[in-house]
Write a protein that binds this ligand. Sequence first.
Ligand code: BDR
Ligand code: CA
Length: 316
Amino acid sequence: MDKKRNIIIDTDTASDDAVAIIMALRDPSVNVLGITCVAGNLYVDQCVRNALISIDYAGTYAPPVYRGMEKPMIREKMVTAHATHGQDGLGDVGYPDPKGKPQPEHAVDAMARMVTEYEGDDLEIVTLGPLSNVAMAILKAPEAFKKVKMITMMGSAGLGPGNCTPVAEFNIWADAEAAQIVMQSGVPFTVVGWDACLGKAILTVEEIDALMADNPSELVKFCIECNRCLRNLNVKRFGSALIDFADPVAMAVAIHPECVAKMIDAYCFTEYKSESTYGQVVIDYNGVAGKPFNGRVCTELDADEFKRYLYSLIKG
Ligand code: BDR
Ligand code: CA
């Protein structure tokens, strides 16, 4: 087999993050070096617990889990999404305590250390939550981050409307200053926006029913049932109990690029100074600003390939 892809996952572990973590841990071509947790959808202790539960359900190996930033870097208000993913972030199903424990080291220190100690130039980071940990680690070890090959982030509205404000998506809106630090850092990044996670990437009720038919495994049940609250919300939001799998889409773009239908280069920056557009990621793919392109944006997903890949990991 080819050399494994070494990745660090940064997550505000709610229900779709859990599925994304499971995908990475079950893909034999990937080696997860560590999981760093950040406040976002949930308070950070809950994220840590949920990351450890996800490891148990993945049933493969247990990378170290670190507790990270409790609040955004500068923004006063801490916004959570308990209404979206449940009070416990995993659909309030009542999962038992995880087997593992978090490491004592802070996630920001751990990420900076892992990047510094990494020998090679192929380390990747996949982010599934606000960018507070990553921005702090970049500020802590800017030289070491020069060897990071790619940061793939689930973040921004992409080229469509936002899901928190007309222009902002949750992960960026929760800590826009952090997002701007990451985008300005010089580390190559790939943006997977909210728009790329909608449309045919969504798991329909029929697809969910098919997955749950015929004696589903504990893993399949977990991946669907932990998204129970999200499905209830989606009845109101989209008129149907579907699952929008934003973080699994971002994970797939990062570790299974066959899922990408269209990727564009662009100059990207995050707006953080204006209250009304706080958290908007401006994607200048025509070069109007006259700035060198600093990132890539996945603007279209091959949804069939995404689902085939997802099923192969959770059903296999
Ligand atoms: C993002 O916010 C959360 O609800 C999901 O986990 C995802 O990371 C989508 O806007
Ligand atoms: Ca998330």
